[in-house]
Design a protein. Structure first.
Length: 236
């Protein structure tokens, strides 16, 4: 799905990631599940590009359904992988996510998510090496991604703002389609480490100047981050 010139959402509403394309190369924002690499390769063939054209992978956080095939790209092509310093240990597998309360679920939606995990899953390879980032960094990659600190879902969760494209990818800072219930009401994502921090981070997101918000799970929000944050808070 092309969201804007040079920005493509790959995957689907259950597990999604972004491909940024320009003359200098490609940037990935997140890497889905291990099997999501097939989605990437299909997109690259259509664009007449190759994995070796990827200049970097930017992870919104260190959970398994976002780091997917990132280590394969790093190990096979030497592609650098960027993650917030507070999630570096989780991304490498040195630190596990803390337990969270069991979220509500509905049979159909939960089975659909599990089906995606099985179809595109497999053994997730933790990162052997990462480059750490902090809030406010502008990365030397196609699209000039800007790091927006969004702690809450994990300590090092970030949004990745693409100012030239007026797109912001938010990972699991929020969701527009709850993976276990199918509820499309905008809300904080399940399996969040610290709900209070995640809620506070929404205020930071609301200040981002963009026209399209892309969650890691859920439908694309075509509107401003502020309008999306207002919708989340109005739904409570």
């Amino acid at each position: 799905m092309q969201l804007a010139p040079g920005v493509h959402r790959l995957g689907d509403d259950r597990v999604a990631f972004l491909l940024v394309v320009d003359d200098d190369g490609l940037t990935l924002v997140d890497a889905g599940l291990p099997g999501s690499r097939r989605d990437l390769r299909r997109a690259l063939r259509a664009l007449d590009r190759a994995e070796a054209d990827i200049r970097g992978v930017v992870l919104t956080h260190g959970d398994a359904d976002h780091i997917g095939f990132a280590e394969a790209l790093r190990a096979e092509h030497g592609i650098p992988v960027y993650v917030h310093e507070a999630d570096a240990a989780r991304t490498r597998g040195d630190q596990k996510a803390p337990p969270t309360a069991t979220p509500p679920w509905r049979m159909g939606a939960a089975l659909g998510f599990v089906g995606t995990m099985l179809a595109k899953g497999g053994r997730t390879r933790r990162l052997g090496e990462v480059r750490t980032v902090v809030d406010g960094d502008v990365l030397p990659l196609p699209g000039s991604p800007v790091v927006v600190g969004m702690p809450g879902h994990s300590p090092g969760s970030i949004a990745v703002h693409l100012p030239e494209h007026r797109v912001v990818a938010v990972g699991d800072a929020l969701t527009t389609r709850h993976v276990l219930t199918g509820d499309t009401t905008p809300q904080l994502a399940p399996f969040t480490d610290d709900l209070a921090d995640a809620d506070a981070s929404l205020t930071r997101l609301a200040a981002v100047d963009a026209d399209i918000v892309v969650p890691g799970h859920g439908i694309v929000w075509r509107g401003t981050p502020r309008a999306l944050v207002d919708a989340i808070r109005a739904a409570r």
